[in-house]
Design a protein around this ligand. Structure first.
Ligand code: 3HC
Length: 293
């Protein structure tokens, strides 16, 4: 019988991990949020506090409900804190080596029937799973940015993921108010595989000065009804993250649509990572306030 999910562990408290912790707590489920260093914990805590304060300011949450949500999340820097978790969602940076280490340690810490999920955008769930003694209980659980807003989750099964595990994770994400889709283990899954060819093409048009950033973004917003244009979206995703996703997909597919446009690497080297560094294709005052400069 499936394990009752009362406590969820989240590992890695960057933008996605903090957003996932918030989403889970919003559903009234306890969260143990772990980052591998203290600064990461504080950044994650700040992210959740900021996001929930904004919901209060917009009248979507009252102060008591916000406090109750914050009280559901405990923070730490030790994976051993996850000993009581009923499900763990990993969201550390996109390095196979790092994820392999985290999964091997999680495998030692949590009970043998606990499902271990990775929020990786493009890495192989199969390759991550073989670093545990329970590959049948490892899945991808991919959220979208901003996690509290975007409704999709991609549940990624490998050739050995147990069918019950997939069904339980699908049911869990529905409990979070998300719309899950189930997909096999291929780089980019569904959404990124389709999205990043388009984003990369927009960067190539910008690089060749075929169109301005404003016109590229306006075309897709006002012509196609996208909530953001491609260059503004890349700034939200983070140029470094986007580059890693493209590189991983290109290495697997050799589809030239996914060969990262050179200017992306140049911008990353120059420190232009998008919103998180204050400048990408556009310049920002803060994470929420784009200033089109
Ligand atoms: N955290 C929490 N909530 C946020 C948020 C954040 N970072 N950013 C916006 N929101 C909330 C706002 O509070 C608001 O909530 P409300 O409707 O309850 O009042 C709602 O989202 C809309 O926000 P705004 O009114 O401030 O702004 P917009 O209407 O312009 O929406 C947006 C902002 C939600 C970011 C929208 O532009 C959008 O959906 N953009 C596309 C995002 C997208 O494509 N994401 C997927 C990227 S790919 C990915 O994540 C995969 C990964 O592997 C890289």
């Amino acid at each position: 019988m499936a394990r009752e999910i009362a406590v969820v562990g989240v590992v890695g408290l960057g933008t996605m991990g903090a957003g996932i912790a918030e989403v889970v707590a919003r559903s009234g489920i306890r969260v143990v949020a772990v980052d591998l260093d203290a600064a990461g914990v504080e950044r994650g805590r700040g992210h959740v506090e900021h996001s929930t304060a904004r919901a209060v300011a917009k009248g979507k949450l009252d102060d008591d409900a916000r406090q109750a949500l914050l009280d559901l999340i405990s923070y730490g820097t030790d994976l051993a804190d996850l000993a009581d978790a009923d499900l763990v969602i990993e969201a550390v940076p996109e390095s196979l080596e790092l994820k392999a280490r985290v999964f091997a340690e999680l495998d030692r810490v949590v009970a043998p029937d606990v499902v271990l999920a990775s929020n990786t955008s493009a890495l192989s769930i199969t390759q991550i799973s073989v670093h545990t003694g329970r590959p049948g209980k490892v899945v991808g659980l991919h959220f979208f940015n901003p996690a509290p807003v975007q409704r999709l989750t991609e549940v990624v099964r490998t050739v050995v993921t147990e069918p019950d595990v997939v069904a339980d994770v699908v049911a869990f994400t529905r409990r979070l108010g998300k719309e899950p889709v189930v997909i096999g283990d291929r780089a980019g899954f569904i959404a990124n595989a389709l999205l990043f060819g388009y984003l990369n093409h927009a960067v190539a048009m910008y690089e060749s000065r075929y169109a301005t950033r404003e016109d590229l973004d306006a075309a897709m917003r006002f012509g196609c009804g996208y909530p953001m244009g491609p260059l503004a979206l890349l700034d939200l995703i983070g140029l470094d993250t986007a580059y890693e996703i493209l590189e991983t997909m290109y290495a697997q597919s050799r589809n030239r649509l996914h060969a990262p446009t050179p200017i992306l690497k140049q911008m990353i080297t120059a420190g232009l990572l998008g919103r998180k560094s204050g400048r990408g294709f556009y310049t920002y005052d803060g994470p929420d306030s784009p200033t089109v400069v």
